[in-house]
Design a protein around this ligand. Structure first.
Ligand SMILES: C[S@@+](CC[C@H](N)C(=O)[O-])C[C@H]1O[C@@H](n2cnc3c(N)ncnc32)[C@H](O)[C@@H]1O
Length: 195
């Protein structure tokens, strides 16, 4: 796991490197950036530092995952139940402090999609990291962001090809049932699609 200013990332180094490369590719694409599923903030800060000419929306309940449904599989549901939904809950004040040096991050605290703001609705996006781990969050994320992606914009799905989080792939296949974009893979289970 990588560290940045003492903050541990939840994603592996190869996935983070892949995000870095994709951000370079979207430098000239107009639009803001977003991460749905921020946890301790490592990846959001990584994105915002590299794309400081635009707003980065960092979206999380900071209270952990919503209850996984049957598409997320028994294993994830039983972990959720054992920990009473508390895994991945993290202090938003600490995240705010961690983001402090950066002026281009807007923290959106709440459960997606209820927390969507007017600003988010009006924006177009050049880069989005979907890292909500469960079916419903992934589906809601695709429904909201995909129509708002600029041409050439990129959505990265962190958990697409992951046995622990089967709901993400189910949501993707369901959303793109008719016209699936090409899926790019480099650092599985992460994949990305280009608008
Ligand atoms: C795997 S963690 C994110 C890790 C983070 N991207 C990183 O790289 O460090 C998943 C996060 O998604 C958040 N989450 C999942 N579904 C959500 C929803 N519908 N609304 C808000 N937050 C959600 C959880 O609170 C949790 O913090």
């Amino acid at each position: 796991m990588a560290y940045s200013n003492g903050m541990k990332f939840s994603i592996s180094d190869d996935r983070l490197d892949s995000i870095g490369e994709l951000l370079k590719e979207t430098k000239d694409i107009p639009g803001d950036t977003a991460e749905l599923g921020v946890f301790r903030g490592g990846t959001s800060r990584y994105i915002a530092e590299r794309m400081h000419d635009r707003i980065h929306y960092a979206i999380d309940s900071f209270r952990g995952l919503p209850y996984p449904n049957e598409k997320d599989g028994k294993a994830l549901r039983s972990i959720w139940e054992k920990r009473d939904g508390k895994f991945f809950s993290f202090s938003p004040a600490k995240v705010r402090q961690y983001f402090d040096p950066l002026e281009n991050i807007e923290i959106i605290q709440g459960f997606f999609p209820r927390c969507i703001t007017l600003g988010m609705r009006a924006a177009n996006y050049s880069f989005v990291h979907l890292d909500g781990d469960i079916y419903q969050t992934t589906l809601d994320g695709l429904k909201f962001f995909w129509p708002r992606m600029s041409e050439g914009g990129i959505i990265v799905l962190d958990d697409y090809d992951c046995r622990r989080t089967p709901g993400c792939k189910i949501a993707f296949d369901e959303y793109f049932s008719k016209d699936q974009p090409q899926i790019h893979k480099k650092a599985l289970p992460q994949v990305w699609i280009v608008k």
